[in-house]
Design a protein around this ligand. Sequence first.
Ligand code: HMG
Ligand code: MG
Length: 300
Amino acid sequence: GLPSRVTVYEVGPRDGLQNEKSTVPTQVKAEFIRRLIDAGLETVETTSFVHPKWVPQLADASELLADLDEAGRSPLRPVLVPNERGLDRAMEAEVEAVAIFGSATETFAQKNLGRSREESVEMFAPVVKRAQDAGMWVRAYVSMCFGDPWEGPVPVDRVADACAELMDLGCDQLSVGDTIGTGTPGHVEALLAALEKRGVGVDRVGVHFHDTYGQALSNTLTALRAGVGVVDASTGGLGGCPYAKSATGNLATEDLVWMLNGAGVETGLDLDKLVATSVWMAEQLGKPSASRVVKALSGA
Ligand code: HMG
Ligand code: MG
């Protein structure tokens, strides 16, 4: 069966906008986030405190949080931080939740973080410790959980080990990333089972699917049936990773909500407001929303 309620973890302002060619003005980002919250989204990842040269699209993280004010200060408004410098900046902005982001593969650790997997875990350890000591909520992303564009298939046990290693640092929640969207439902079941064996139960797991191969909704349904209650999604299906070859947008929030509404699963979201936000954001970006539901409902 399906859970009666699902938490939609919105990543559009971060995963979505980090991948846009054009840099979106800070005020537009702030309005996007406010509109998402108004549509009922409680958990919204707002931005990243990464190196501004690596991701110039999100170089305005401090200004954005100043603009968001109270709306950015909540355990439900996480930001990405790779290292202690990122955590310092996040703390200055008074955020209350952070997400570290590791990799299941060596190649992607090098491309995304400029260091080996082992070195990146050493980089994350003090970040998690200090964040926890400060009473912050901490999420751990792991990328390339269902395949890597350079290394190909990644064995499920190796992925589960990489995930458990970050959770053992003391993180509150894991997000398993299908960065390039190649995963399929059987693979999702196998990974969740391997995680359970490592002591990471579905109650601490979120799923993060990119829809490159059109598998995101099927994979999500599979995860929900296995007991997962947190689903990452991006309004308008925005997204991708600048350091991952062939990564396209995330599962669109609107498509997820359509499916969950149909199944009678509670999300607390107002689909009409979400669609209006998606259409508005598409205008800002000068390109149509990638969400099928938005296309159908807005006649775009
Ligand atoms: P580095 O160059 O190795 O950093 O970058 P460093 O520690 O050697 O420091 C070099 C300089 O950078 C220093 O300045 C630092 O202060 C500065 P200097 O003393 O030379 O003047 N610096 C910083 N400045 C601002 N903010 C910081 C910061 N850190 C160092 N946080 C680093 C290492 C990890 C920072 C870099 O590789 C980086 O920023 N990577 C981020 C890549 C990224 O954002 N990728 C996208 C997000 S991941 C994703 O999208 C996947 C996900 O969606 C899940 C999925 O789909 O799979 C989450
Ligand atoms: Mg992603």
